[in-house]
Design a protein around this ligand. Structure first.
Ligand SMILES: Cc1cc2nc3c(=O)[nH]c(=O)nc-3n(C[C@H](O)[C@H](O)[C@H](O)COP(=O)(O)OP(=O)(O)OC[C@H]3O[C@@H](n4cnc5c(N)ncnc54)[C@H](O)[C@@H]3O)c2cc1C
Length: 362
């Protein structure tokens, strides 16, 4: 590939854009990130980092710092009512990964750590990308103040409603929609949980609740039945949707109640000309196991490697083949897919299940 004509321009300083920026920076590739917000949001979103992503973050030199803000989990447990029905032990993956465990850490803490490792000035805050034009082997990006920035590639990691994807005219397939509620609970929730349940799914019929121990708190995530009003999560009657110990635990310090919807979506291609897509801009999926976030972070690692190599074929292959590789994980057609309803399907061996949810199977 000819020498890069200017920096790689990334739109979106979410976890995927920042991971890509760092993965390019450590390879000596100049990079600029445009972010429409004035700074990092500290909202409650994804919280799980799976082994394949831990390998990537370790290679980028940020894992140690992140671990001080995270809770390490070695086992996932499932309960049918109060009855323990299944344990999947990440130790089963000892021969498949250098990091056979998962970390629970807030998505915004990951972003904060990534930002600490980037040179100051990498992110242009308060700048919204509104257009682009390809000129020979360069791309010119227009910002909302009408200034233009020239780069070698434009990467849209600008989230679900991606402006970059829309402007590039890349179509998207859509799949199932999942509705969720979530909140944070203080450490006292531990007194009401079965021993060792620091990552536990509680099921009753179609209802499910996932309890995740964080560094100094818990995050509770639960499925919302179709048509449940979002207000029922925010207004104090959220307990009707919860199963397992969190339903009756006092939880005086529960905060941050929120309802949200994730729809499975997959872009037809992750490249058009000199424009590339990564993360939610390219695909979104269900929240279980951190699938939505983790698949995006892995895009960033793969894309950085492709851009660093001097083979355009690798960048083209990313654009063409990454959507196919993600199809099962994103659209939920894999046999192991941890769809909230099927976790203890006995036909799936624990190792196969873990390889799937750890994103090591693809
Ligand atoms: C409430 C909630 C809970 C969630 N819970 C989970 C979960 O439990 N597990 C899970 O796996 N996933 C979860 N997700 C999804 C997860 O948060 C996303 O997969 C993840 O944020 C994707 O990262 P990203 O960097 O691709 O996009 P984003 O985090 O959306 O970042 C995109 C960034 O681009 C910026 N931007 C957009 N347009 C422009 C523009 N034109 N110019 C400049 N900047 C722009 C935005 O301001 C934003 O900062 C949740 C999402 C929500 C909303």
């Amino acid at each position: 590939m000819p020498p890069l004509q200017g920096p790689v321009i990334i739109v979106g300083a979410g976890p995927v854009g920042l991971t890509l920026a760092l993965a390019l920076h450590v390879r000596g590739i100049p990079v600029v990130v445009l972010e429409q917000r004035p700074d990092l949001p500290k909202d409650l979103r994804a919280t799980t980092l799976q082994p394949a992503v831990l390998e990537l973050l370790d290679a980028l030199g940020v894992l140690e710092r992140l671990q001080s803000r995270a809770h390490r989990v070695d086992r996932v447990r499932w309960y049918d009512g109060d009855r323990p029905v299944r344990i999947a032990d990440y130790g089963l993956l000892i021969d498949a990964t250098t990091h056979p465990y998962r970390l629970h850490v807030s998505q915004w803490e990951l972003c904060a750590v990534l930002l600490e490792h980037l040179p100051p000035g990498t992110v242009y805050w308060d700048r919204r990308a509104v257009g682009f034009e390809t000129i020979d082997d360069r791309v010119a990006v227009t910002l909302d103040d009408r200034t233009r920035l020239y780069g070698s590639w434009l990467v849209g990691s600008d989230g679900v409603g991606s402006t970059v994807r829309t402007l590039a005219g890349i179509p998207v397939d859509t799949g199932a929609t999942h509705a969720y509620g979530s909140f944070s609970a203080g450490p006292s929730l531990a007194d009401h949980l079965p021993h060792g349940a620091d990552c536990a799914y509680f099921h009753e019929g179609a209802a499910w609740t996932l309890v995740m121990r964080m560094h100094d708190s818990f995050r509770v995530l639960f499925g919302l039945p179709e048509g449940a009003p979002a207000a029922s999560v925010v207004r104090g009657d959220w307990r009707q949707h919860i199963v397992g110990p969190a339903r009756t635990a006092p939880l005086p310090d529960a905060t941050g109640h929120r309802a949200f919807v994730l729809q499975s979506r997959l872009a037809h291609t992750f490249r058009r000309g000199r424009v590339l897509l990564a993360g939610d801009a390219a695909h979104t999926t269900f929240a279980a196991g951190g699938n939505a976030l983790n698949t995006g972070l892995l895009d960033a690692g793969l894309l950085a490697r492709a851009l660093h190599a001097d083979e355009p074929d690798l960048v083209y292959a990313y654009g063409r083949e990454r959507p196919r590789a993600l199809e099962a994980a994103v659209l939920g057609t894999g046999p192991w897919t941890p769809h909230e309803g099927v976790p203890w399907n006995e036909a799936i061996q624990p190792r196969e299940l873990l390889l799937g949810i750890s994103l090591l199977a693809a």
